[in-house]
Design a protein around this ligand. Sequence first.
Ligand code: GRF
Length: 184
Amino acid sequence: MASGNGSNFEALVSAIWNRRIHAEIALLVVNNPGCGAQQRADRLGIPWQLLNHRDYDSRTDLDRDLVERFRAADVEGIVMAGWMRIVTSELIRAFPDRLINIHPSLLPSFRGLDGVGQALRAGVRIAGCTIHLVTEDLDAGPILIQAAVPVLETDDHNSLSQRIHQQEHHILPIALMLAAQRWR
Ligand code: GRF
């Protein structure tokens, strides 16, 4: 699932192609027409479907449709790779322990929106990212893996985001392996 640039999505594809992990991406779902993730999927030859949230009456309706699509694609797990929508219990309960989220902070610090900005405003010297299972408490599900990065005196939102992003790309495939161990 992706809403934006899709660099984490592509990192996962690369990890599979480079045989760092054994997996198959059955389907990419995007909610923003023409977003970077969709363009990357076209380039990489990965099937994608557009579920535009603007076409649904409620978050629950969107999530119900997501569940249907994922069941039809027979997926074992789902990665929210920059899905900029709050998901409802409709999706979370349909895939317990199988829904994975990337959050750009060292949870449990800086839940919610703009983890990077929150870290900068708090003046922390170490920031990072967390990949966790999604539960009904926002950004509070079981942690699979984290990576830390330094916050430099010279950092702004952009430079710190980039450093965190690189770590996301590195740990996402590992997180997926760790999650899959729970599914056996
Ligand atoms: C990442 O920063 C992730 O932490 C957040 O959304 C962003 C997605 O980036 N959940 P990208 O679209 O994978 O480049």
